[in-house]
Design a binder for this molecule. Structure first.
Ligand SMILES: [Zn+2]
Length: 265
């Protein structure tokens, strides 16, 4: 089977294990069915996910010019505490920012290597947790806009990490924690404006990834440096494909790369 198209992050769905899909223009591929098979990936060219031009990808699948101008790549995306739509203040496009920021957001704890705190739109749960390779996660607060989520995250970062150690995540060097207890410990550090949104009742979400075999030592595949790779797919976790020889491929890190992908045997 042969597929060709621009990479975007894998779509997911939770069944007993996470199901992963690569979505092409007129087609999709359920990658779980490719487990145990040899796959080749051939980098053909760039294609910016916004302007569609063949320009080098800068970040998040966008070329440099798009990344620095479109509202989807504003600073408030990575730093939610910089959100200003709730004040009626424009960053790049106020209508877009209102739609994106003035909707329910969740601050959560996710355990993918160590416990970390993060922010997402409520509609992105559990997608966000799957993308991070979290084997367990729990909500801390649900707030009406991105700003409140951002200042809560900033306050909680003083007491818990906000980074994933992806090497530990991919080698499955993980521990099972009681996230309800961890949440309880952080409760007192939630800023005053967000305290009323604390969620005390919900339970941990557990996530199982389709992995036959975890790598012991990993090497990352960067298509910008090595444009061709071939190997046996042994697992999928977070937004990474894991191969038998220890190679790991971050699909999300290659958004905007046009590839030819073949499933060989
Ligand atoms: Zn562009």
């Amino acid at each position: 089977m042969r597929y060709e198209g621009v990479l975007t992050k894998m779509r997911t769905e939770i069944t007993d294990v996470v199901q992963y899909y690569l979505v092409w223009e007129n087609d999709f591929l359920n990658l779980n069915q490719a487990l145990g098979k040899k796959i080749s990936i051939n980098f053909l060219k760039f294609q910016c996910l916004n302007c569609g031009l063949e320009k080098k990808i800068f970040r998040q699948g966008f070329c440099y010019d798009c990344f620095n101008s479109i509202p989807q790549a504003g600073d408030w995306v990575i730093n939610p505490e910089l959100s200003k739509a709730h004040l009626g203040e424009e960053d790049r496009d106020l209508d877009f920012e209102k739609r994106a920021q003035l909707q329910p957001h969740v601050v959560y704890l996710a355990n993918s290597s160590d416990v970390k705190v993060g922010v997402t739109r409520k509609s992105q749960i559990p997608t966000r947790w799957i993308d991070q390779g979290a084997h367990e996660a729990i909500e801390i607060v649900e707030v009406p806009n991105r700003y409140l989520a951002g200042i809560t995250e900033v306050a909680l970062k003083e007491h818990v990490s906000d980074k994933t150690n992806w090497r530990k995540m991919l080698t499955n060097d993980i521990v099972d924690l009681n996230l309800e207890e961890e949440r309880e410990k952080l409760k007192e550090y939630i800023p005053g404006e967000a305290k009323e949104y604390y969620i005390a009742s919900n339970k941990e979400t557990e996530i199982k990834f389709p992995v036959q075999e975890f790598p012991k030592k990993i090497k990352t595949l960067n298509l910008g440096k090595s444009p061709f790779y071939e190997g046996v797919l042994t697992g999928i976790k977070g937004q990474y494909l894991l191969f038998q020889d220890g190679t790991v491929f971050n699909v999300r890190g290659h958004e905007g790369f046009v590839v030819e992908l073949k499933i060989l045997v």
